[in-house]
Design a binder for this molecule. Sequence first.
Ligand SMILES: NC(=S)c1ccno1
Length: 250
Amino acid sequence: MMRLDVLSIFPEYLAPLELSLIGRAQDKGLLGLTVHDLRDWTHDRHRTVDDTPYGGGAGMVMKPEPWGEALDAALGAADSSVTDPTSRPVLIVPSPAGEVFTQQTARELAAHEHLVFACGRYEGIDQRVVDWAAERMEVRPMSIGDYVLNGGEVAVLVMVEAIARLLPGVIGNPESLDEESHEDGLLEYPVYTKPAVWRGHEVPAVLLSGDHGRVARWRRDQRLRRTAQTRPDLLAALPQDSLDGRDREV
Ligand SMILES: NC(=S)c1ccno1
């Protein structure tokens, strides 16, 4: 069972992870999620987690002490002697300065046994926390996109959903993971359901034909067209041998 620990000064921000598929996955014992309030590791009356930045500048920086104690607790008796990298905890730090989180990243992280997410706020976490942690585990500053959020919590919601849904048993029908956008480098095909005509718009006739071969070819063409139109960069990045002659006719 994958173990997820999230450290935040706004633990209630992560409440949506108790809902729907991710919530049910926890109920089924497919993953274990613990959200921690960073302020539980403060020791002053005001439960202080931030202070002014060395070197001056606007805003506040998150103090290293609470983070150190919180990470000690989240890591528990993590055995640093294990050699299998997927058995060692990974500390993920949402940051606009991080590597870009992609479907490939989600697949890779879904193979790990223990992920710890550190949600920064203010101007960020004292760098020594990352440096200290990197002496003990893999540390991955991670960005969900080239924009700035007020904190890491929203990014953690995105990453946990993208990772957890890949775990065996979380999605009812694993076949629905096939041919999703970005799963194999292409965007997904358009989908339709009843009624056959809606506000003058008809379902493509091929989908009513019952000819599974034609449907499969149409869907493949749609994925290529969509990718070429919306994300030509993805098409250019595909291995040359992954497109057959027919594909190039699209
Ligand atoms: N783009 C990301 S992940 C972020 C975290 C905090 N601010 O932006």
